[in-house]
Design a protein around this ligand. Structure first.
Ligand code: NAP
Length: 283
């Protein structure tokens, strides 16, 4: 079997088209245009590139943006003051603080200071709590939401499926498990202390690999026909690879390319969250 491609770039394009249509409709009916405020502390080139892409994606669908670049030695208090300013700014729908931030910044304080309605990353404890409880109104974090959306649009069946997530971070693994559970998959969450990882992954109809370890998931650890999402961005011999070993594409039924799978979906969900943030504040 050669796995069908879970094409993150193509699905992201679909989402941008849907958001662009919704933004056009808002403007045509006299409602407000969404705006994304990005904050990059310092001038790390890779982070600057990510922020630039997010702004470009916003503009491509008619969402405004503004960019804040406080210097690398910015203190937590100074960043909190910028967050407060953006929270109060009626024209700002969503606030994105590019991570990682410099070491001196206490991000746990900064995330809690965000207006939960403007938390387009879905990191604020109120949003994380609503998502964990399965209650409406929570902002779903972009990478896990992108994973589930990619699977859903490919027609992968969640209800009753065995879903195995490898990695339990607050950023990816844990919320991905919760979103799969919400769709009635039977979810197993694996991590570095899991005994016999292969026994779990071999039972997975849906396998989400988010460990950040190249070659962790070998071909014989994948159930034939499974839908496999390779989230990780490891660097190996100067190129991006995920967690999958060679030949997984011969066994899996569905597979994300890496790059070109989850990364584009993550950015698309950020843009969708920005529209939804504006729609929630000013329907
Ligand atoms: P993280 O915080 O380092 O978490 C990694 C998780 O994997 C941990 O829970 C860890 O277990 C688990 N793990 C590590 N080695 C393992 C092993 N040998 N067996 C089983 N589990 C193992 O990383 P993250 O932030 O979740 O990100 C995961 C990967 O996704 C990274 O490569 C990151 O770059 C990538 N990523 C991609 C996107 C995207 O848009 N494409 C977005 C976010 C992240 P313990 O908890 O026990 O340590």
């Amino acid at each position: 079997m050669t796995a069908r491609v879970l094409d993150g770039k193509a699905v992201a394009r679909e989402i941008y088209a849907e958001v662009a249509k919704a933004v056009d409709e808002r403007i045509a009916s006299g409602r407000s245009r969404p705006k994304l405020a990005t904050v990059l502390v310092g001038d790390d080139p890779a982070s600057a590139q990510y922020v630039g892409l997010k702004q470009k994606n916003a503009h491509s669908v008619g969402i405004d943006s503004e960019d804040h670049r406080p210097p690398v030695n910015t203190t937590t208090e100074e960043l909190l003051s910028l967050v407060d300013q953006l929270n109060r700014d009626e024209s700002v729908s969503g606030i994105l603080i590019q991570q990682p931030t410099p070491k001196q910044i206490d991000m746990s304080r900064v995330v809690v200071a965000l207006d939960p309605l403007k938390d387009v990353d879905g990191f604020h404890p109120i949003n994380a709590g609503l998502v964990a409880l399965g209650l409406p109104g929570g902002v779903e974090p972009c990478t896990p939401a992108g994973i589930v959306e990619l699977l859903a649009r490919a027609g992968v069946r969640f209800e009753g499926a065995n879903a195995v997530v490898v990695g339990r971070s607050n950023l990816v693994g844990k919320p991905a498990a919760l979103l799969l559970l919400k769709r009635s998959a039977t979810v197993t969450l694996c991590h570095s202390k899991t005994r016999d990882l292969a026994a779990h992954t071999r039972a997975a109809d849906i396998l989400v690999a988010a460990a950040g370890r190249a070659n962790l998931i070998l071909k014989d650890m994948v159930k034939p026909g499974a839908a496999v999402v390779d989230v990780s961005t490891n660097w190996f011999d100067g190129r991006q690879v995920g967690d999958l070993g060679p030949g997984v594409e011969e066994v899996a039924g569905w597979l994300t390319p890496n790059p070109g799978g989850v990364g584009p979906m993550t950015r698309a969900m950020l843009i969708k969250n920005t529209l939804q943030a504006e729609a929630r504040r000013r329907p």
